[in-house]
Structure formats: structure tokens, C-alpha cells
Ligand binder design. Structure first.
Ligand SMILES: [Zn+2]
Ligand SMILES: [Zn+2]
Length: 432
């Protein structure tokens, strides 16, 4: 059986230990582990590195089928492994839409062929994301892809009756809807955050209240029906307050924030670069501050990347013609390290919680987000905590390069990623 010993990493930023991996499992964790006699183990020196459970992204757009000029399951899972991920949830807004067993199983199989991370297809809530009629929710859960997370992401499940009906079906098997909160009428043709800057730039505003009223509605539905709801990509201070209120009332609500909403404010848009165009939009500096505080105090449960690849022609163009979305898998952990760990607002154990343990729990990803302990599936990532590097658009593994962090200095780099006992990344290099 193949074996790997990772020597001397600091487990979740605490005590140092060796981790012995045999086959696809963690066999032992301890100090100065001796090697099993019969096996020829690969030894990797991980002194000075932080060992975390492999990261789990509840919000990835892999674009296949239908958007292969931007990303494929193959290139997207390569970007994920490079970023320390061992599991991603692939959003449903593909062409054809992931709204039936056939398409979710296609994506599942493409993920298995790539073999770098677990790919969990997300099922669409409504047929074709059209918001008119429910998709085959139960059939997608019962098929080989065993879908537990449903979302019309990119669009909001706006019709409250359809939302209620979907939540009631999902209650039977404890599935969850990840809601993209956007009141459609208040955001028609919107380009950026509604603010003085939007007026100055002559761009149509996307008011925070359009996000907040759907969050409020869905928290109320969650309370009324006693079901789970997951709120995608919170972007405003008041959205945070609503989630805080819902949790205090006992609502089964979980909330997500993206690395870009934590790092960047609408001020980035002053040069009108479409690279910074995203939905929901980058908000004010005080919103950004509220999001950081809420992630640190646990009001926001997890970090999701909303990795949204687009080809150059849709990003290197006029702001108004640009597509909404940014890539994020390769930079997510370094962004959180730079913003939250270096500033002592979060520990590495907190990072493990918000980027692996909780997203695995919300999406019910078996074998992911487990403790680094005997018997766990060997999904691990190793971070060099003090390595600083500059993000460049040219060095992305993703098929697209629309990173909003280009030119930014980040501290913290993924050194190794281990997926089910196989090294997908060593010394920062993708292995296959
Ligand atoms: Zn969204
Ligand atoms: Zn999204």
C-alpha cells in the first residue's frame, strides 16, 4: 500500500506532529512516527507548515457543460487543488442546466475522471433556472450524484411560493437551498453598488436592500417551516445584522462570504475595470469591515469562493459590457490568511472551521472536513504561513484569469495538497 509521512507540520497551527497516510486514510498522527516496515513511504518535510483538513468550497462555477471557453471540470479542479481544496460544489448554471439526474451525473463523472477533488454537483431549484417550475429535486437527490445542495445561483429563487414548496420537499431528506439573494426588479440593469460613486461613474446602482429583503424573507421562511437555508455571498452590513437576528431566533440559517467581498470595496471600481464587476457588487468600506467582523465572530459561518471564470473578451472590455464574476479558488486561503490570520482576528483552527469543516457539514460532504486524526480520509492541505507572493493573472491554473487580486501582495501559500491519499500539489506545483 502506498504511504506518505508528512513530518513536523503544525496541526491547525497548534502542536507539531507527523501524519502517516496509508492508502486513502490517515493511519496515525504523532511525534516522531516510525515508518511501517513493509512499506516504502514517501517522506515529506513539513516543518514550518500549517496542516489543515483539505479545503471545501460550497460555491464554485466549473462551467462545464456549456461554458468550456471559460473553464472545464478538469481545469477548474486543477485550480481547486492548487488552492488547497479537496472538495468543491459545482453550481447549477451550466448549459444544459444541472436540473435533472442526467446532467448532475455527467458533472459527477467528469469530476471523478479528473480525480483531484470530490465534485458535488449542485442541483437547480427551478427548471432551467427560469424561476417558473420546480426542477427534479428528489430525483437529483436519489440518483448517483446524491445531490444535497440546490441553488439557482446567478439568479434568485424569487417566487415565495416556489421557494416554500422547494423547502418543504428538501425537508424530507434534509437538503439545503443556497440562495442567491437578489430582488430582480430592484436590480434590473444594475452594474455596481448603489452609491455616490455609482452616480459619479454614471453606472446604474444595485442597492443593498435588494439583497437584504430576500435574506429577511428567507430567514422568516426558514423559521416558519423549520428548515435549513444557506445564504450565499453576503455583501452588506445589514445583511449581517439580519443573519445575526435569525440565528438569535433559532433559524437554521447559515451564511457565506467570499474572499473578494472581504478584501475589496467599491473603491476598486474608480478605474472602471470590468475585472471588479461582480454580483452582488463590491460594497462600501464599512460593509467590508462588517463582513470581516462577522466572519471572525461566527455570524458568518463559512467562506465560499464564488469562483466564476470568464474568458478575456468578457472582462477586458467596457465595464457595462463586462460579465459579472471573478475567479477565486487559487487565492482564497491566502486572502483569508492575509486579512484574518495575520491580523490576529482568526486562528488557523478558525480557518479550518470556515473553509473546510462547516462547508462540508452544510453540504453533507462525506469524508471531507474531518479531524486530522487516525481513520479520517486523507484530505489535507499544508500552508506556508509566512510566504508572501504577488498575484498575477498569468500564473493562474484556471482556464480563465479574471482575478481581482492581480498585483496584490498576499501572505500565505499552499505548499502541498493531499486528496484521498494522493498528492495533487507538492511544493506549490500541480502534480497532474
Ligand atoms: Zn450568486
Ligand atoms: Zn455564484
Amino acid at each position: 500500500m502506498s504511504a506518505i509521512v508528512f513530518r513536523g507540520a503544525s496541526i491547525l497551527g497548534k502542536d507539531r506532529a507527523d501524519i502517516l497516510v496509508e492508502g486513502d486514510k490517515i493511519r496515525r498522527v504523532g511525534v516522531d512516527l516510525s515508518l511501517p516496515k513493509e512499506s516504502t513511504a514517501l517522506e515529506i518535510d513539513t516543518n514550518g507548515l500549517i496542516a489543515l483538513p483539505g479545503l471545501v468550497d460550497l460555491h464554485t462555477h466549473l462551467r462545464e457543460p456549456g461554458g468550456e471557453d471559460a473553464e472545464t471540470v478538469d481545469t477548474g479542479t486543477a485550480a481547486a487543488a492548487k488552492g488547497g481544496y479537496t472538495c468543491v460544489f459545482a453550481m447549477a448554471n451550466t448549459t444544459p442546466t444541472q436540473d435533472c439526474p442526467q446532467v448532475v451525473e455527467q458533472v459527477l463523472n467528469l469530476g471523478r475522471q479528473a480525480g483531484r477533488v470530490d465534485v458535488h454537483p449542485v442541483g437547480a431549484v427551478t427548471k432551467d433556472l427560469a424561476g417558473k417550475e420546480l426542477s427534479q429535486l428528489r430525483a437529483m437527490h436519489e440518483c448517483g450524484a446524491k445531490v444535497n445542495v440546490f441553488s439557482d445561483d446567478g439568479k434568485c429563487v424569487f417566487d415565495p411560493l416556489l421557494m416554500r414548496q422547494a423547502l418543504e420537499i428538501l425537508r424530507d431528506f434534509d437538503g439545503v437551498i443556497a440562495q442567491h439573494c437578489q430582488e430582480p426588479r430592484l436590480t434590473e440593469d444594475s452594474q455596481m453598488n448603489e452609491s455616490y460613486l455609482a452616480k459619479e461613474l454614471g453606472l446604474k446602482g444595485w442597492p443593498g436592500v435588494a439583497e437584504e429583503m430576500i435574506i429577511a424573507r428567507d430567514i422568516l421562511l426558514s423559521l416558519y417551516l423549520d428548515v435549513r437555508v444557506h445564504i450565499c455571498h453576503l455583501s452588506t452590513a445589514r445583511a449581517v445584522e439580519l443573519v445575526r437576528w435569525g440565528k438569535a431566533q433559532g433559524a437554521k440559517v447559515t451564511a457565506e462570504v467570499t474572499p473578494h467581498h472581504l478584501f475589496l470595496s467599491e473603491d476598486e471600481l474608480k478605474g472602471r475595470a470590468a475585472l471588479f464587476k461582480v454580483n452582488p457588487p463590491l460594497r462600501s468600506a464599512s460593509d467590508v469591515q462588517a463582513l470581516r467582523t462577522a466572519l471572525a465572530d461566527g455570524t458568518i459561518d463559512l467562506v465560499g469562493t464564488d469562483h466564476a471564470p470568464h474568458p478575456d473578451r468578457l472582462k477586458d472590455c467596457d465595464f457595462e459590457c463586462g460579465a459579472f464574476g471573478m475567479i477565486g479558488l487559487e487565492t482564497a486561503l491566502p486572502v483569508i490568511s492575509t486579512l484574518m490570520v495575520r491580523t490576529n482576528q482568526m486562528t488557523w483552527a478558525d480557518v479550518a472551521r470556515v473553509m473546510s469543516i462547516t462547508p462540508a457539514k452544510v453540504g453533507k460532504a462525506l469524508g471531507q472536513g474531518e479531524m486530522i486524526a487516525t481513520g479520517s480520509q486523507a484530505n489535507l492541505c499544508f500552508v506556508s504561513p509566512d510566504t508572501s507572493w504577488q498575484v498575477s493573472r498569468d500564473s493562474q491554473v484556471s482556464r480563465s484569469n479574471n482575478t481581482p487580486f492581480a498585483g496584490k501582495e498576499l501572505v500565505g501559500a499552499i505548499q502541498h495538497t493531499c486528496y484521498r491519499g494522493k498528492l495533487t500539489v507538492t511544493n506549490g506545483q500541480l502534480q497532474f
